[in-house]
Design a protein around this ligand. Structure first.
Ligand code: HEC
Length: 501
């Protein structure tokens, strides 16, 4: 993920012309809005209001339980486990990487008298828990001191990740990549150098009741569809909640996202993204950012004390360090801002935004800033906020999303089957795209560059990823992918070398 706002001033002129006149028409307070619910978006909606949400189907067959105690290995128990089994982990400290490559596993920490099972990577290990299976539950772990990911899903469908405390685990905290139908709830995450919760290239996702603080990015919905982000506490990150498209990834859209009932406050943390890394460009003080995503509803959030802006809406054209992808539509269209409580945002904003305020003859500190084209967007109660670039948005035709409880599927997604015919592709999508895009720099170098290095030599590429070493002074080290078999590494190498965007 990468930012932004270069060339804002150039772009500004194109949409501010005439706004002064529009504004003077608006001095009458707007008539109260008729209550109405949203009827767009994915329609599942069978879940009743108080039912607990589930994404993993109940297994009717009897399950075996494997207990792991301090001093034993979680991975050894996973190897023993059959689909349908539960692996219970008792309090203790476990220094290992757990890789779940089978379906229907529940990995469950047991918390006793306030003692948790802790996965501790001692700053040597890369990842704590990786899963590529379907129907996976991971709950009740404390995870700390890893260099790569806390919990990463690699193309598994139907997952539940809940009740984990994840502190200082490197690049991503909880990172489901390429998953359909999943829940991330009741987790606490802090000290993550990139995104604490990163939903990547996924569909039908529910992110709720998490506390994320002291991270570079709090919650990211990236190249994903049909997602609800609600009831989260998001504070003291560099950027709070981000909904956007990263260009150059194989799945090119983000749309149908509801961000509601969150606290998004004081996201002013100094940016500590790895120098040169993709998030290093987020301006500190960004509450909610929407970039190039469509059909995003922002409702009933408390958005306060974010010093650059409470809500920032932008397109790819205004982002720096973004290589525009011709296959990704670059604008943030159909953005719907309903009632939100916004106060004391934009009080120490970047100079580009200050200049934009002036072009609209406004003063004060902006709650909402929009740059770049944004077709068919709307905003309710506009007069409550100090805004830039949204004077031309009409009121929305509805005031709430009460009719939508969840975008999870009523019946679980079919398991994703990884076999010889699609192994290279799914490995690329599920793992490599977390750090590599085709054209631009993410955490690692662009695939284009890699292709020119290894053109006719997939074997050498497969060997590198098993034992990467530091090559580029301005990049972090790539985590080894040695948990993948030689065959899988070769398959992904061959796939990557043939890719065209
Ligand atoms: C957590 C982030 C991350 C993931 C996941 C990742 N990479 Fe990388 N990759 C990097 C970084 C960072 C570098 C640059 C390392 C350097 O130059 O020191 C890199 C470099 C590379 C290179 C360059 C090798 C060279 O000789 O210059 C190749 C090839 C590569 N990655 C392939 C892959 C493949 C294939 C996958 C998926 C199986 C993958 N990477 C997953 C971060 C990642």
């Amino acid at each position: 993920m990468k930012f932004w706002i270069a060339g804002v001033i150039l772009g500004a002129l194109s949409f501010t012309g005439g706004m002064f006149y529009q504004k003077s028409r608006q001095s009458e307070p707007a008539a109260p809005l008729q209550e109405a619910s949203y009827h767009g978006g994915f329609q599942a909606g069978k879940a009743s209001k108080d039912q607990n949400l589930r994404a993993v189907p109940e297994d009717s067959s009897p399950r075996a339980t494997h207990d792991v105690r301090n001093g034993q290995s979680i991975m050894a128990a996973i190897k023993q486990a059959q689909p349908g089994d539960t692996v219970r982990v008792f309090p203790g400290t476990y220094t290992e990487t757990v890789y779940i490559d089978k379906d229907n596993i529940r990995l469950q920490g047991v918390i006793q008298k306030g003692q948790w099972p802790e996965l501790n990577g001692e700053k040597r290990l890369n990842d704590a828990i990786l899963y590529s299976g379907n129907n996976i539950i991971v709950e009740n772990f404390r995870i700390t001191k890893y260099k790569g990911n806390g919990i990463m899903g690699q193309a598994g469908n139907n997952f539940e990740i809940r009740n984990n405390i994840i502190v200082d685990t490197g690049v991503y905290g909880i990172f489901p990549q390429l998953g359909t139908n999943g829940i991330v709830e009741y987790n606490v995450l802090s000290g993550i150098e990139d995104a604490a919760i990163y939903v990547g290239m996924s569909d039908h996702i529910h992110v709720a009741h998490n506390e994320v603080f002291d991270n570079v990015a709090g919650i990211e919905i990236e190249n994903s569809r049909h997602a609800i982000v609600e009831n989260n506490m998001v504070y003291n990150n560099t950027g709070g909640i981000l909904v956007f498209i990263t260009p150059g990834l194989p799945i090119k859209t983000t749309y149908d996202v509801i961000v509601r009932n969150n606290f998004v406050t004081r996201n002013n943390h100094k940016n500590f993204g790895a120098p040169g890394s993709t998030v290093a460009g987020i301006p500190a003080g960004t509450g909610i950012l929407v970039m190039a995503a469509d059909e995003v509803i922002i409702e009933n959030n408390i958005i306060t004390h974010n010093k650059t802006a409470g809500i920032l809406i932008t397109d790819h054209g205004h982002a720096s360090n973004i290589t525009v992808d011709e296959e990704s539509e670059p604008n943030a269209d159909k953005i719907m801002i309903l009632s939100n409580l916004m106060e004391h945002n934009g009080y120490d904003t970047i100079s580009d935004v200050k200049a934009l305020l002036l072009t609209e003859f406004k003063s004060g500190n902006p709650d909402i800033v929009r740059v770049g084209p944004s077709r068919d967007s709307c905003i309710n109660y506009k007069d409550r906020y100090i805004t830039v670039g949204v004077d031309s948005f009409p009121s929305c035709s509805f005031t709430n999303t009460d009719s939508i409880k969840t975008y999870l599927l009523d019946t679980p997604a079919p398991p994703r089957i990884i076999d010889k015919t699609n192994q290279g592709k799914l490995t690329y999508l599920g793992i490599c795209t977390g750090c590599h895009s085709y054209t631009g720099r993410l955490i690692g170098p662009p695939v284009e560059k890699i292709q020119s290095l290894y053109r006719n030599n997939p074997k050498a590429l497969a060997d590198f990823i098993a034992r990467p070493y530091k090559k580029r002074p301005d990049y972090p080290e790539m985590p080894p992918q040695d948990y993948l078999s030689e065959e899988v590494r070769l398959a992904v190498a061959e796939y990557l070398l043939k890719l065209e965007n």
